[in-house]
Design a binder for this molecule. Structure first.
Ligand code: GLA
Length: 429
């Protein structure tokens, strides 16, 4: 953990350096960006070990979690990837082959076990000499590692920048931000090519904390998803801060390529029921990967009910693949909309305020959503039909959400305020 802490400090220091220099991303060659990936046609769903187990995760935790994904009904609801995060790595042998450490005695057997449950398995590495927790990274062994993952039957790789920053970027190109960025992009490209060369479909998850407008170039290096932020934590302030950073990124999300506001904290920390529900609802609105990060064998029924809400999952997994846009705020109330396949629409009204009834006297403005005065839909948390009328008063508890699916939205005719950004065709750069 001491190594992890010092790496984090190095990374954070570098983050502010990058932020201060406001880099411009290079243009992505159109032909390369347009290549249709076979994986992640909807945002990946599953579970990852980091948010609950951190560096303590073991082979047994992974097996138990896979068992619970099946037993809890999460698999049936769409959770497929069981992802081992950092700290599985041991040392390299004389041939450079990376061995697992004692917590993971036999990775191939573990992968076979997870596959035997009808699930897929993910793993973690990084382009630097060390991972974020100070374990062995893939630098100089990319092809060898990719081949090993394929032999094990790995289906998903999270590739985390971390020590590549101080040990490669800053050493090889000190004070040259553009050259550092080229090194980073080349490192992701290298692993993408190594993965593709295996012939196995492997979801490629970029983790570099949302720097350097990653959403503009990640698809060109095969990124199926890319982190848009630093690490999530199981508290409302962090979750809300991350949510607020997602506005404007909606034009980059599309089938095969997703913004990743980090893994779910549903069921972790001291999040209230409302906060868990809102976190899940908004990640679904964002077309975010839904990677649960909680203690599955000890999951409370109300947490299971949130994670397996089929209607909310259907918003996340909607085939159109369009991410929600933040249309307007009124005080501490935010209104987001997401266009769905077949002309449907999801509307989320969220109370970001800290006072229990601070939405009072909020009135929903359907005209600002480009909609006519009356809409019928389904409240996805009560499961009941709901009628939305223009200017209707809404009271929401602190950090709670109203999430409505309108199957046939009635758009406003003449005299309506202009249609919201989310209702216009997506233009991916
Ligand atoms: C970074 C990532 C986390 C996790 C840890 C593991 O902090 O952002 O999601 O993978 O590394 O060390």
């Amino acid at each position: 953990m001491r190594i992890a802490a010092s790496l984090s400090v190095a990374v954070l220091g570098f983050a502010s350096l990058i932020a201060a220099q406001a880099p411009t991303a290079p243009k992505v060659p159109a032909a390369k960006a347009a290549a249709a990936p076979a994986v992640a046609q909807t945002p990946p769903m599953g579970w990852n070990s980091w948010n609950f187990f951190f560096e303590k995760v073991t082979d047994k935790n992974i097996r138990d979690s896979a068992d619970q994904i099946v037993a809890s009904g999460m698999k049936d609801a769409g959770y497929i990837y069981v992802n081992i995060d950092d700290t599985w790595e041991g040392q390299r042998d004389a041939n450079g082959v990376l061995r697992t450490n004692a917590k993971f005695p036999d990775m191939k057997a573990l992968a076979d076990y997870v596959h035997s449950k009808g699930l897929k398995i993910g793993i973690y590495s990084g382009p630097g000499p060390k991972t974020c927790a100070g374990y062995e990274g893939s630098l100089g062994h990319e092809e060898q590692d990719a081949r090993m993952y394929a032999e094990w039957g790995i289906d998903y790789l999270k590739y985390d920048l971390c020590s590549f920053i101080p040990d490669v970027m800053m050493k090889q190109a000190p004070n040259d931000k553009a050259a550092q960025m080229k090194l980073m992009i080349a490192a992701y490209d290298k692993m993408d090519k190594a993965l593709k060369a295996t012939g196995r479909p492997i979801v490629f998850s970029l983790c570099q904390y949302g720097w350097d407008a990653v959403w503009e170039w990640a698809p060109s290096v095969g990124g199926n998803l890319w982190r848009t932020t630093g690490d999530i934590q199981p508290n409302w302030d962090r979750i809300y801060a991350i949510l607020s950073q997602q506005s404007g990124l909606e034009k980059y999300a599309r089938p095969g390529h997703w913004n990743d506001p980090d893994m779910l904290e549903v069921g972790n920390g001291k999040l209230s029921l409302e906060e868990n529900r809102t976190h899940f609802s908004m990640w679904a609105m964002l077309a975010a990967p839904l990677l649960a990060g909680n203690d599955l064998p000890n999951m409370k029924p109300e947490i299971k009910a949130i994670l397996t809400n089929r209607d909310v999952i259907a918003i996340d997994q909607d085939k159109l693949g369009r991410q929600a846009a933040h249309i307007y705020s009124d005080g501490e109330v935010e209104v987001w909309t997401r266009p769905l396949a077949g002309g449907a629409m999801a509307i989320a009204v969220m109370n970001a305020g800290d006072n229990r009834y601070s939405t009072h006297p909020f009135h929903l403005n359907l005209r600002r959503l480009g909609l006519a005065d009356t809409q019928t839909g389904k409240d996805l948390w009560t499961g009941k039909a709901v009628e939305l009328t223009d200017n209707m008063p809404l009271e929401l508890a602190s950090h709670d959400v109203l999430l409505v699916r309108v199957e046939k939205p009635v758009f406003a005719g003449k005299g309506a305020e202009s249609a919201p950004a989310a209702a216009k065709p997506a233009v991916a750069k």
